[in-house]
Design a binder for this molecule. Structure first.
Ligand code: LMR
Length: 396
């Protein structure tokens, strides 16, 4: 039977990692997938994660199942991180959170909840967006529409075009926003632009869905929640998919969360019961370990303060790499202006390199970046910078 099946295309991001692994060149560099590397090129386990794991090792009493929505303490900690602990969403219990296997798992819960429970079946995503968004939303049966986001000439957000393309989004449509560190462009709306978008969303009656995978990688843990919190002021209903892969370095533990916010606690509880049914029919109940680590850190003042510093270190190192990248390209005689890269947020840089240049970087120089021209700055180090910029100078 299986011989009638044709091969699926390689994933644009994780497929690249597979190709990288099988490349035998010793000087290869993987700047494809968004994984933080330290100055030594390693992806370290955070010190706070090790401390939390030691606490769990001593205190964990059982490996029995969690409930469908996971640990309640985790849900509360996630909501405080998203909205602030004094937010009306928290105090009036207008939010419900399900522990999910990674940000992708949370997005899939959100998409299936929307597809199965509400009338509209359309989601609006930015052009460009994270490649896997399209897979997740299509798999849930949603129709995908795009709104303009990036202006390739100015290398900036095209806010007017964004607003005019969103004119097509009608009441009940799901509209996806990247909480911060837009993937792949690294360009986020300003506070004033978030206010305008939030007001428009409330006026039009959209259902906002926030993909929040990089909290802490732009300006800071609290600062990066600005857009979401502005939306929450005027939009009584919204959905959030959180990921803790990057800001806790818990990539392979698959720690995420699906959060539903409604106008009051009763409506939230009823709507959330449907999300629980969907989860039961999918992965039944979530994996425990990574979320227990996150909860332990978030609920301990000293660990929280130390974690905040660890996130700042990652954020600062990436910013240093952005500045060094721009300076080194100049040094290599590249006359194209790459200064926009220093203004982008988060792990990624949308370089403007063409598909052919990306292919030449891989084939001729062993440097792997995503086909869209997205470079993971988080994978740059002082050691690979010279090779990288020499190669870029050669291909352009
Ligand atoms: C990325 O965009 O590289 C990360 O979010 C990892 C992934 O799953 O694609």
């Amino acid at each position: 039977m299986f011989e009638q099946i044709s091969a699926a295309p390689a994933d644009p991001i994780l497929g690249l990692t597979e190709a990288f692994k099988s490349d035998t060149r010793s000087n290869k560099v993987n700047l494809g997938v968004g994984i933080y590397k330290d100055e030594a090129g390693q992806t370290p386990i955070l010190a706070t994660v090790k401390k939390a794991e030691a606490i769990l090792l001593d205190n964990e009493k059982t490996k029995s199942y969690l409930s469908i929505e996971g640990n309640a303490a985790y849900g509360a900690a996630v909501q405080a991180l998203l909205f602030g602990k004094d937010s009306d969403i928290v105090t009036a219990k207008r939010g419900r959170t399900a522990q999910a296997p990674g940000g992708t798992g949370a997005l899939r819960v959100a998409a299936e909840f929307y597809a199965s429970q509400l009338t509209n079946k359309k989601i609006w995503v930015s052009n460009p967006t994270w490649a896997n968004h399209n897979n997740v939303f299509a798999a849930a049966g949603l129709e995908i529409a795009q709104y303009t986001y990036y202006n390739a000439e100015t290398k900036d957000l095209d806010f007017d075009a964004m607003l005019s393309s969103l004119e097509g989004a009608v009441a009940g449509d799901l509209v996806l926003f990247h909480g911060c560190c837009h993937n792949p462009t690294g360009i986020d709306p300003t506070e004033a632009q978030w206010r305008q978008l939030a007001a428009l969303s409330a006026e039009k009656g959209w259902l906002p869905l926030f993909d929040f995978a990089y909290q802490g990688f732009a300006k800071g843990i609290e600062e990066d929640a600005t857009g979401l919190r502005i939306f929450a002021e005027s939009n009584a209903e919204l959905l959030v998919a959180s990921s803790f892969s990057k800001n806790f370095g818990l990539y392979n533990e698959r720690v995420g969360a699906f959060t539903l916010v409604a106008k009051d606690s009763e409506v939230a509880g009823t709507a959330f019961s449907q999300a629980k049914s969907l989860i039961r029919a999918n992965y039944s109940n979530p994996p425990a370990h990574g979320a227990a680590v996150v909860t332990t850190i978030l609920n301990d003042d000293a660990l929280y303060a130390e974690w905040d510093k660890e996130v700042a270190e990652m954020r600062d190192r990436i910013q240093q790499m952005r500045d060094l990248f721009v300076a080194t390209l100049k040094e290599k005689g590249v006359d194209r202006d790459f200064s926009f890269i220093a203004r982008q947020n988060g792990m990624f840089s949308f370089s403007g390199l063409t598909k052919d240049q990306v292919a030449a970087l891989k084939d001729e120089h062993g440097i792997y970046i995503v086909g869209s021209g997205r470079i993971s700055v988080a994978g740059m180090t002082r050691d690979n910078m010279d090779q990288l910029c020499t190669a870029i100078a050669a291909v352009i």
